[in-house]
Design a protein around this ligand. Sequence first.
Ligand code: HEC
Length: 219
Amino acid sequence: MAWTKHMLRVALAGVAGVALLSGCRGTPSAEPPVHLNPNMDTQDKYKPQRISTFFEDGRAMRPPVPGTVGRDLLDTQILGKKDDRFLREDDAFWRGQDENGTQVDKIPVAVDLKLLKRGQQRYDIYCAPCHDAAGYGQGTVAMRGKLNVPSYHQDYIRGYKDGYIFDVISNGSPSQIMKGYKHQIPVADRWAIVAYLRTLQRSQNATAADVPPEQQGKL
Ligand code: HEC
């Protein structure tokens, strides 16, 4: 096919057009690029580390309002570890402590049959393998692993505060030979287990006075 003058002109116009459109590529310019549909892409805003002429200290990044509680800050910087104790209103329930940090004497929830049954079920799952079903410390793991697990039926353990037992379940024994179960056992279930542990203790250390009066005649 032979090139006519007309075809040549159209071709040249095309080349020129492409060259014109791509002309600004790689050429620095102070002007913003042509933006056909701005769509709120460009708007006034502060970005991190930028200057602000509005605030007196000239910083666009504002420090938190005094009194702000930063969860991660408390968890990792102040405590040095993750903890689920913060921003929960009821210290007795969530931490087993009163507002002064003293362990509570008594379980801070109502103890009824439903709680005890839940506690028994959870205890049989999480504690009985070592402490055995009755709490003598003769569980399968203790026996096979030759692990020295204390019996709950000793005066010093009977004398523990409920808040202390909650703490052992949550964070482990002071020596850490027994590890904590706070990641496996939710708070409400820990109290159910404390209640059941108390039940076990009473069951192995009961006197005639623990029998309800109307039943005592049957003894
Ligand atoms: C893997 C075995 C194991 C499991 C499971 C286990 N414990 Fe223990 N527990 C131990 C050992 C071992 C000790 C003694 C720890 C020590 O001497 O520091 C102990 C000690 C305790 C004590 C006494 C702590 C003290 O300071 O005197 C309590 C209370 C207790 N466990 C409750 C529980 C409860 C409740 C559960 C279930 C949530 C549980 N344990 C699960 C092994 C276990």
